[in-house]
Structure formats: structure tokens, C-alpha cells
Design a protein around this ligand. Structure first.
Ligand SMILES: Cc1cc2nc3c(=O)[nH]c(=O)nc-3n(C[C@H](O)[C@H](O)[C@H](O)COP(=O)(O)OP(=O)(O)OC[C@H]3O[C@@H](n4cnc5c(N)ncnc54)[C@H](O)[C@@H]3O)c2cc1C
Length: 400
């Protein structure tokens, strides 16, 4: 059956859903409305892992190949802690410029016959569509109109962050921690093209105001960060974007993800802290799941219900990882004075629900032993989810 679908928002979620629905049935009438001009977006590069490429290949080989061909890869992680540096070998990671990703998805959508309306801002659902997709990001206007129905909850993180670019092309996933007279400030960076890397800088509110970053103009702020992060930047510049200053990350959840023929997708439905580098992957996976659900059901209500319940379940572990990862950075003083290689090992374990409750040195020892002894590794795996459930139950009970 031919359906008319309007996607509001031409980010990864909206564009990829449009591609998948057009592939399912070329006669579907699909329009993406994006408020920005073509080729303009926020942010720098984004990371993703092998599992995403496998998923993309299964759903649309052409866009998967294009994304892989335009991505950079790394396998090592480097941490600069003051003057000390430690390097570790890890899993293969990928980076791609957000601009590039959106260009590739836009081209693919256009080739398949999706109508793309740039500089078209929609703040209410258009009439006449069978399905309206709110893929309009974390500040979704369509969701906000029905905030009561969706049961939107937003929690702002304690720390401040800024999403920057740099001309330093990191050859590894790079962390830099710098101690100042007002506490620690840190950054993580990864290459996403032959010319640029992403560099996300974060610090506590005390460090933020102590360093005067709350009062500095853009140029002064960047100059100060370049000085503080010099060991990692090798004299390269940091680059800001007009209007994109310091923020507190907003973790967003919704009690419901659909309302009549309106459905939330990607960041409009949920966000996960940037330190796990998963929001784009999750937005693309939302699109895969919604496309499947629409294909499997002949009417909209069961399709949207199936999409919501599947994705809610699939997201639980990423949401938990994101929560613990954000907390790890908020509790940085607990870890930063360990020897750099130990601190780095625990940084790699920051998603763990157990780590905040076990003395860091002891956790490091247990983790090392678990890496060597299969029986301990199994015990840790078994303990992990049980402890996460117990802690979750305890904190839910505390809220009631
Ligand atoms: C600092 C930082 C670092 C990150 N790093 C990573 C990373 O490494 N890896 C990763 O996977 N994710 C990362 N993310 C998360 C990622 O950027 C988002 O999760 C992802 O972009 C979500 O995609 P989306 O399509 O849902 O929303 P968006 O990408 O936000 O797209 C929404 C689109 O809707 C448009 N729009 C908004 N309102 C309207 C309207 N009313 N009408 C028409 N158009 C509208 C916007 O212009 C935008 O183009 C990071 C996020 C942050 C903040």
C-alpha cells in the first residue's frame, strides 16, 4: 500500500528512515523537511563501531559502503595526564564528519526519490500525511507541542562541555587531562577526516567559573583551552562554531514515543551522554526498527507500539552505560590520581555499574585478574547485570 510520510528533521534519523521506507516501496510518498540549508549542520565528527556498519550493510548496502569509504579508523587509545602519556591497543573505532554523513544520506535519499525540502521548518504536523516522524532532534518542536502526552523528562548534566573541531589529526582516540589551579579540565578527540578531528572539552562547574570560561569571549576561551591542552594538540588550533558554546548535556527520555500518527525518532525520543559516542548509531537503529515495524504491520497503531517497545528494550544497556559514563567524569577526582595506565584502564570501564561502589585500586586489581582467569571473568559478567539491577531497584525505591 502506498503511504504518505513526512519526516521533520534531516539529521541521520530522518534521512535514514526516508531511505529505508523508499527502499521498501518506491511508490511511497516521502518528504523530509529540514530547517537548515543543504550542507549546513551543527557539530564535527562522530564515532561509531563495527556493529553499526554490519547493521547498515544489512539494510542498505549502497549507503553503508559510502559511509565506510568516507570514515577514518583507529585502534589505539592514548591518554595524556599532565605530562605523562599512556597508549593502549583497543577495538577498531570509526569517525566520520557529521557534514559528510548527512551529505551521503541526502544523496542516497534523493537518488531513491525522497523529496527533500531544505530551509523548511515545521513546528506542527502537516495535514494529510499517514505518518509524521518527529526526527527534529533533542529540542523537537513537534514533541514539545504534546509534551504532556509524551511525558518528556530532561535531566541536565552537572559538567560543562563544548563540542569543538581541531586541525590536529589524531591517529588514536585521544584523551587529555590537564590540572589547573581550579581543578581538572579534559578533552577527548578523534580524527574524522584527513584534515580535522573532533575535540570535546569538559570540566566541572567550579573549574569552568574558576578559569573564567563563563566570562571569556569565544577567542579568549579557545586560546585558554589550546594552552591547557597543548600536550595533546601539538600546537594545533581549536575551532569553534558561531553560536555553539558551552552547554550542559541534557539526557532526555519520554514515557511514550507516539501519539496518533506522530512518532518520535532519534534524539527527539531519547538522548545518551556524548561520552559513549552512540547517539547517531542509536538514531540510525531507531530508523531500522521503525522501518521493520511499518513493514511487518498493516496498520499504524500496532506498528508504532512494536517499534516503541522493541527500541525501549534495546536501549536499556546504552542508557545505563551513558549514565555511568557521565558519572565517571563527574567523579573524576576519584580516579585521576591513579597511575595513568590504571586510570586509563578504569576509564575504559566507566560504563560499569559496579565501579562507583568499589575502591578504584581494588576494582583495577579484580578487573586485571578477571582478564586472566576465565572463572573470575564469568563471575564479573554475572555480577555486573545483577548488581546493575540491584542498584537500579535501590535508586528507584529511593525516589518513591
Ligand atoms: C558533544 C557531542 C558529541 C557527540 N558525539 C557523538 C559520537 O561520537 N557518536 C555518535 O553516534 N553520536 C554522537 N553525538 C550524538 C549525535 O549527534 C546525535 O545523537 C544525533 O545527531 C541524533 O540524530 P537525529 O537525527 O535524531 O537528530 P539531529 O542530528 O539533531 O537532527 C535533527 C535535525 O532536525 C532539524 N530540525 C530541528 N527542528 C526542526 C524543525 N522544526 N523543522 C525542520 N527541521 C528541524 C535540525 O536542523 C537537524 O538537522 C554527540 C552529541 C554531542 C552533543
Amino acid at each position: 500500500m502506498r503511504v504518505k510520510v513526512v519526516c521533520v528533521g534531516g539529521g541521520p534519523a530522518g534521512l535514514y528512515l526516508a531511505i529505508l521506507l523508499k527502499r521498501q516501496n518506491p511508490s511511497h510518498d516521502i518528504t523530509v523537511h529540514e530547517r537548515n540549508p543543504e550542507g549546513s549542520t551543527y557539530g564535527w565528527g562522530v564515532t561509531y563501531w563495527r556493529g553499526l556498519l554490519d547493521g547498515l550493510r544489512a539494510y542498505d548496502l549502497a549507503s553503508a559502503r559510502a559511509i565506510e569509504a568516507h570514515s577514518v579508523r583507529w585502534t589505539d587509545g592514548v591518554a595524556h595526564v599532565g605530562d605523562l602519556t599512556t597508549r593502549h591497543h583497543g577495538d577498531e573505532g570509526f569517525g566520520i564528519g557529521r557534514h559528510r554523513l548527512l551529505d551521503l544520506l541526502t544523496d542516497r535519499a534523493r537518488t531513491l526519490g525522497v523529496r527533500l525540502e531544505h530551509e523548511s521548518e515545521l513546528t506542527e504536523p502537516p495535514a494529510g500525511a499517514d505518518l509524521v516522524v518527529a526526527a527534529d532532534g533533542v529540542h523537537s518542536a513537534l514533541r514539545t507541542r504534546h509534551a504532556g502526552h509524551f511525558g518528556t523528562r530532561i535531566t541536565a548534566g552537572r559538567n560543562h562541555y563544548i563540542w569543538l573541531g581541531t586541525t590536529k589529526v589524531f591517529d588514536a582516540f585521544t584523551f587529555a587531562f590537564a590540572e589547573t589551579g581550579h581543578g581538572w579540565i579534559w578533552a577527548y578527540g578523534y580524527g574524522y577526516s584527513g584534515e580535522h578531528s573532533t575535540c570535546v572539552v569538559e570540566c566541572s562547574p567550579e573549574t569552568f567559573s574558576g578559569l573564567g570560561l563563563d566570562r571569556a569571549d569565544e577567542g579568549e576561551g579557545l586560546a585558554l583551552l589550546e594552552k591547557l591542552l597543548a600536550p595533546a594538540l601539538d600546537g594545533h588550533r581549536l575551532i569553534g562554531r558561531p553560536g555553539a558554546g558551552w552547554q550542559n548535556f541534557r539526557t532526555l527520555t519520554n514515557r511514550s514515543w507516539h501519539h496518533g500518527s506522530l512518532v518520535l525518532l532519534g534524539d527527539a525520543a531519547h538522548t545518551t551522554h556524548y561520552s559513549i559516542g552512540a547517539g547517531t548509531t542509536l538514531a540510525l537503529q531507531d530508523a531500522m526498527c521503525l522501518a521493520d515495524a511499518l513493514h511487518e504491520h498493516t496498520t499504524l497503531p500496532p506498528a508504532l507500539a512494536a517499534y516503541e517497545s522493541r527500541r525501549r528494550a534495546e536501549l536499556l544497556s546504552a542508557q545505563s552505560a551513558a549514565r555511568y559514563s557521565a558519572q565517571w567524569y563527574e567523579n573524576l577526582p576519584r580516579y585521576i590520581h591513579l597511575p595513568p595506565h590504571r586510570m586509563f584502564a578504569l576509564l575504559g570501564q566507566r560504563h560499569s555499574p559496579l565501579l562507583p561502589h568499589v575502591p578504584p585500586q581494588l576494582y583495577y586489581g579484580l578487573d586485571k585478574a578477571a582478564g586472566q582467569l576465565e572463572v573470575l571473568r564469568r563471575f564479573k559478567r554475572w555480577l555486573g547485570p545483577r548488581a546493575a539491577r540491584a542498584l537500579h531497584a535501590r535508586s528507584s525505591a529511593g525516589r518513591d
